[in-house]
Design a protein around this ligand. Structure first.
Ligand SMILES: C[S@@+](CC[C@H](N)C(=O)[O-])C[C@H]1O[C@@H](n2cnc3c(N)ncnc32)[C@H](O)[C@@H]1O
Length: 357
């Protein structure tokens, strides 16, 4: 970091405020740009992802006992692509599920033209619903402050100018200092950084508590207390490429998520109805929901070449979604509220690891 300890160069402010304006202000990056124009999420990688969410919704519906109205809330919905994909996946299925689903996009950007009129759209979540709340790559875009240990061994807020130049600010204090102590203790070595996750904890707890009964799922690049990245993960994305994080409204500003802290916050806020979060990799989650990267049998190539090519394409997409070195390494946090986890994780199935920390 440039600048003297405690210096406040003109225009420099904390990262949370700077990123909040750069992403969501009147000229903010996400207000002006569709996320898909700049980076590829699992939603865009393959319709298999929406198919898996449709399957998860079906299992939540079972556990809820087939309510007359089943909410499907997509938090941080982009341009509604996931909801569109889930509705398409459900429309081909037998039974009453498709008719009972109430799709709702929660998104700060305006409603896109041409979206299915059945999809409700709002900047705030609907409250009191029963169903599935799904947040794919939302929490990593909730702005937060950054701390860096100074030459004196004290964690200080990082201040940033509009061109991305950073300066050390005041020592981290109050609730932020308590959050660091609990979730991301910074050793006294100069230059170590932490992303102060309190705003994400609060955002997730609030989202989960809007569900009356059901399952809330957050999917993101994540880390736990046992293995925080020593220099943090803040970065930028523009036009498909990773770029230096600059809060000028021209790039996404994203940092991996301390999902263990989010899970604990939701559990505290929802007690006693909100169950402990279950964290697993996207690879494990998608496999449990029937997405497999297995190749079709070679014999099919001569028996039915068109089917073989189609299944080969699906296998390639499934492999991308479950790649342990790519999208498969995302964490799924499953947090039930007022119901048991759906199969295979709950009810009559096995349970997995609880996020540690
Ligand atoms: C990385 S994009 C992900 C879009 C989509 N879920 C996907 O996976 O393709 C994050 C989205 O979350 C939205 N977002 C961020 N904070 C939000 C909030 N507090 N309420 C609603 N939407 C929010 C942004 O506007 C952006 O469209």
């Amino acid at each position: 970091m440039a600048g003297a300890t405690g210096g406040t160069a003109g225009g420099a402010r904390r990262w949370r405020e700077a990123a909040g304006e750069a992403l969501y202000g009147p000229e903010g990056f996400f207000v002006r740009h569709a996320p898909a124009a700049h980076f590829r999420t699992s939603v865009h990688a393959s319709p298999l992802f929406a198919g898996a969410v449709a399957e998860l919704l079906r299992r939540v519906d079972e556990v809820l006992g087939h309510p007359a109205e089943l909410a499907l809330i997509d938090y941080g919905a982009g341009r509604g692509e996931l909801l569109t994909g889930v509705l398409a996946a459900l429309s081909g299925q037998p039974g009453s599920l498709a008719a009972r689903v109430r799709p709702h996009a929660v998104e700060r950007a305006p409603r896109p033209e041409g979206l299915d009129p059945a999809v409700a759209w709002s900047a705030e979540p609907p409250c009191g619903a029963a169903g599935l709340l799904f947040a794919n790559e939302w929490l990593d875009d909730v702005p937060l402050d950054i701390a860096e240990t100074g030459g004196d061994g004290v964690p200080r807020y990082v201040l940033v100018e509009a061109d991305g130049t950073e300066h050390p600010g005041e020592p981290v204090s109050g609730g932020d200092a308590r959050w660091l102590d609990r979730w991301w203790p910074l050793p006294p070595e100069p230059g170590l950084r932490a992303e102060i996750g309190g705003p994400r904890d609060a955002a997730w707890a609030r989202a989960v508590s809007c569900l009356d009964r059901g399952l809330a799922v957050a999917v993101d690049y994540a880390h736990t207390r046992a293995a925080r990245p020593p220099l943090g993960t803040l970065t930028g994305y523009r036009e498909g490429r990773e770029v230096r994080p600059v809060p000028d409204g021209r790039c996404d500003l994203t940092a991996h998520v301390a999902l263990d802290a989010c899970a604990a916050a939701a559990e505290r806020a929802g007690a006693p109805a909100t169950g402990p979060g279950l964290a697993l990799s996207q690879r494990e989650a998608l496999r449990a929901l029937g997405v497999s990267g297995g190749r079709p049998p070679l014999a099919l190539a001569s028996q039915d070449p068109a089917a073989y090519v189609r299944l080969l394409g699906r296998a390639g997409e499934a492999a991308e979604l479950t790649d342990p070195a790519g999208l498969g390494a995302f964490t799924w946090l499953l947090q039930p509220r007022g119901i048991p986890l759906p199969p295979p994780w709950g009810v009559h199935g096995e349970t997995g690891d609880r996020p540690s920390g």
